[in-house]
Design a protein around this ligand. Structure first.
Ligand code: FEO
Length: 397
């Protein structure tokens, strides 16, 4: 695919990774692939904003060559150290040995520890600028969105925010702009991305959005480092980030569970009936058949979570443990939750689930419901009522 003109003398020189199916190890499924976006700004001075994963270096360099001779690159703006964006810096420096890398102090330290290079580096902080000729870059530190080194680059002339991971989506496409792709798929991938990568940093997201508002930055376009560029309505994704960061969710329920001999599943289905009969939308997700990254993505806009597991070895089934660990790590805001599960003798699964949900910062609205061995009719009725009561709390929230 050739370079794509984003604006006059600003080109997308990134790559599309059609085949990646897992990100950050195996924690985040990327069924729709992704892109690594790099942007080339051609002015009196030439700047390359971010690079691509190392295995795609040649493809990016070929695109740059279709615009300019890479030796003319004066600056490599490193908005983020993570190797999906910095992985080709070394290759670019072979072609542009005099280029200066520009980034935060944390970026400098991070790049040195990743690549062990003795590179020319210009350290910048919020408010610092770099004049390229007709355009001036302004830098805005975005620490912990999602690494300590992260920053945004802003171009006032174009009201363009180069936001690196922020506002990204893991969405491979031959299209480069938001108005060229299916809107439902786009917003789903943006939400899944937020939930899986940025959810833990929601308070930082809120502070950063406030800071941008106070600075009065006009934003007509947001060009992230993954997925498509927001040009039609960049405020659409900004408003979504505000909602997600504030913990805004719909009055829906997800029941996430696994079962050994179907007793916990019978409980889950009885609860589902109780919730549905209260008029509340509810979804059943059995681990490990449901994709964990998708569950986390859907949970972003879901108010209630019921987690169930049979007991094994005084704890939860091994399939439930990674989901609970992710919840503890991501700490979703403003969720109502409860636990349930069957056991044979000692029990222990629901205590483990409750401990994790509390540690994740969720509000436990009912004591856990447990059933010994197989639920009988009376116990299934209790499960149904448990679901009904949970649904009422969701409606009242
Ligand atoms: Fe897309 Fe934090 O790297």
């Amino acid at each position: 695919m050739p370079p794509v003109k984003v604006l006059e003398n600003i080109f997308w020189v990134g790559v599309v990774d059609w085949n990646i199916r897992h990100f950050h190890g195996f924690t985040y499924s990327t069924q729709r692939g992704t892109t690594y976006n790099a942007y080339l700004i051609v002015d009196k001075k030439v700047a390359l904003v971010d690079t691509v994963a190392h295995s795609f270096s040649d493809e990016m360099i070929q695109k740059i060559k279709e615009v300019i001779d890479p030796s003319k690159i004066d600056y490599i703006i490193a908005n983020h150290v993570e190797s999906d964006h910095s992985g080709s810096i070394k290759e670019i420096l072979k072609l542009a040995p005099n280029a200066t890398i520009v980034g935060t102090a944390n970026c400098k330290a991070g790049l040195e520890k990743h690549y062990f290079g003795n590179w020319k580096f210009q350290t910048v902080k919020t408010g610092d600028t770099l004049n390229l000729g007709k355009r001036t870059l302004t830098f805005l530190e975005a620490q912990m969105l999602h690494w300590p080194d992260t920053m945004f680059t802003y171009i006032e002339k174009d009201a363009l925010l180069l936001s690196n991971d922020g506002f990204g989506q893991h969405l491979a496409s031959s299209k480069r702009f938001d108005d060229e792709v299916d809107q439902n798929i786009l917003m789903w991938e943006a939400a899944k991305y937020y939930a899986n990568i940025l959810w833990l940093y929601s308070s930082v997201v809120l502070r950063k959005l406030e800071e941008v508002q106070k600075l009065g930055l006009k934003i007509d376009m947001i060009a992230p480092s993954h997925g498509v560029i927001w040009r039609k309505d960049p405020m659409k994704i900004v408003k979504s980030y505000l909602k997600w960061a504030q913990g805004g969710a719909d009055k829906k329920v997800m029941i996430v569970y696994d079962t050994m001999w179907e007793s916990t599943e019978k409980m889950a289905k009885a609860m589902l009936e109780g919730i549905a009969n209260e008029g509340v939308e509810v979804k059943l997700c059995r681990l490990p058949f449901s994709d964990e990254g998708d569950i986390i993505g859907e949970l972003l806009e879901t108010k209630g979570l019921l987690v169930g597991s049979s007991t094994i070895n005084n704890g939860v089934l091994p399939s439930a443990a990674p989901f609970l660990r992710e919840m503890e790590g991501l700490r979703p805001k403003n969720k109502l939750a409860a636990a349930f599960g069957s056991y044979g003798w000692g029990g222990g699964a629901t205590a483990t689930i409750e401990k994790s949900l509390k540690s994740a910062g969720m509000e436990l609205v009912s004591p856990a419901l447990t059933v010994k061995w197989v639920p009988d009719e009376t116990e299934l009725q209790k499960c149904y009522e448990f679901g009904q009561e949970f649904a009422k709390k969701i409606k009242a929230s």
